[in-house]
Design a protein around this ligand. Structure first.
Ligand code: SF4
Ligand code: SF4
Length: 268
């Protein structure tokens, strides 16, 4: 290749930017490549705080920024502020995790009821994709897919794209509230927290619990939870905090693990 159309610095957060990329002159090096025509568009994918994002876009010139954006994190992780910072600066946005690792495709019963009551046409995943694609300044929406059906659904969503109407925006708000009230743990199973030094299978444990929140099937929960080997169980956690430092969704992992362990002990 003679040049990259889009070159992004991967997974920037406050620590990587402040202690690695910035002091070692990564931007200056890459901007030189851009001037030489070896990079056409220079950007970064971001997982840090809004204050770090603000500083990065004030101090340097970027052609795009990739952020995690979906209707749940819009409030839960204040992605709305990240979006506004980039939008106000006129920087095109690439969206990652529009369906929140699949969580917004598997809604809780109350949210599904809301969709039915509103006679909503289309899948929950397509509603999530349409939310981000309706936002001004969004250039690209990245969607992970794992089946032909999901691919077809995504193609349908974008082939005849319709931005969300005001009514649908209100519906999204209600679904977000239902999700927040459901008690689901907002884990996207990204596995950044793995491996845990004590072997705790954090995403698997959260997934078993979330499945219970969705279907309220306590027998299934017991079967799945007690199938976890002792060396991977939540009881192994020593609260070292390593996982919480790295979790891109700021989940209180140690607290959730101990809550789930307690919940399981009640249903042994
Ligand atoms: S806090 Fe617990 S679960 Fe998290 S990395 Fe440490 S031991 Fe593992
Ligand atoms: S890092 Fe956070 S979101 Fe990712 S799997 Fe671990 S707990 Fe879940």
């Amino acid at each position: 290749m003679e040049y990259f159309d889009y070159y992004l610095i991967h997974a920037v957060d406050d620590d990587r930017w402040t202690n690695v990329a910035n002091p070692f002159g990564v931007y200056e090096k890459l901007i030189k490549y851009k001037e030489e025509g070896r990079i056409h568009n220079l950007g970064f994918s971001f997982h840090g705080t809004n204050s770090c994002l603000k500083q990065m876009i004030q101090e340097f010139k970027w052609d795009f920024v990739q952020i995690q954006l979906n209707y749940f994190d819009w409030i839960y992780q204040d992605a709305k502020t990240s979006y506004n910072l980039l939008h106000d600066a006129g920087i095109p946005i690439i969206v990652m995790e529009p369906v929140r690792g699949g969580a917004l495709a598997r809604l809780c019963p109350k949210a599904i009821q809301l969709l039915n009551d509103n006679d909503h046409q289309g899948t929950p995943a397509s509603l999530a994709l349409r939310f981000v694609a309706s936002l001004d300044g969004v250039q690209t929406v990245l969607s992970r897919m794992s089946s032909k059906e999901q691919l077809e659904d995504n193609l349908r969503t974008f082939s005849d794209f319709k931005p969300l109407s005001d009514e649908e925006m209100k519906l999204v708000e209600k679904i977000r509230n239902a999700y927040l009230e459901s008690g689901s743990i907002p884990c996207t199973e990204c596995r950044y927290c793995q491996p845990c030094p004590k072997g705790v299978l954090i995403p698997e444990i959260f997934s078993i619990y979330n499945k219970y929140v969705q279907n309220q099937d306590i027998e299934q929960f017991r079967k799945d939870f007690f199938a976890i080997k002792e060396e991977h169980s939540p009881q192994r956690c020593i609260k070292c905090g390593k996982c919480e430092q790295i979790c891109p969704h700021s989940i209180e992992i140690t607290k959730k693990l101990s809550d789930i362990a307690y919940f399981a002990s009640l249903h042994r």
